[in-house]
Design a protein around this ligand. Sequence first.
Ligand code: AMP
Length: 275
Amino acid sequence: MRSLSRRIRASGASIALVPTMGFFHEGHLSLMRLGRNLADHVVVSIFVNPTQFAAGEDFEAYPRNPERDSELARSENVDTLFMPQAKELYPPGFESYVRLDNLSTRLCGRSRPTHFTGVATIVTKLFNIVRPRVAIFGQKDYQQWLIIRRMARDLDMDIEIVGAPTVREPDGLAMSSRNCYLTKKQRIKALSLFQALKGARHSVAAGTKDVDRILHEAVRAIGNPSDVSIDYMVLCDPDTLEEVTAIDRPVLMALAVKVGKTRLIDNMLLTPPAN
Ligand code: AMP
């Protein structure tokens, strides 16, 4: 990958990188299409990164289908599919990590305290191997996108970080490789994440400024069915992820909900009406 990248860049061509954990869905494909428009050569990486999973999470169970992924990447005219091995990326004695002080402790960082260090580290490694001009991330994982942008800025990485909008199923469920874990009944319950966000967007657009009221309505939209528990639900500043006390400017609503054993996340920007 390193020598291929060197050859591509020596020829004057630019590289777009789309980092993924594979098991492609339309969300991944939308990132690849964006990459096609942003650079000459599109590299998609598939790596289920062990350092971003904590003990007891779904690293082993994470869905994998490299053959199907290769076909889908080919049909999207991806130039290079990079599928490194964990033992190559984390050789014995590996001990260097990239850690963000604050952003990585908020939202998902509360219940997954080591997660974003794993993410920032693997993305840095992929950047150093692939040397892209631009890298594309989905806003479905809003906190991840923000963290990568902050990291690239703080560490002077000469790479443009582009965010792509969340791709949803026709009924609104955000696409995720983990949706395949859901039973039919859980799949129906999972729709409440989107319904809660949509309700909040509507209330804020109608002029509601009260954070507690928005959260209360959203908790009600999730309801209390068996199998469903809210990990977090917050209204926060889209740049710092600090919780807000009033909605007087666009705020990010983000939530994580466990449906059965599957932890689902989603988010939406809520914009108050212009005065
Ligand atoms: P993953 O394979 O889940 O790690 O995701 C790889 C990339 O695809 C990340 O940048 C994700 O944010 C992005 N992604 C995942 N799901 C979606 C979606 N539904 N819409 C847009 N991007 C997504």
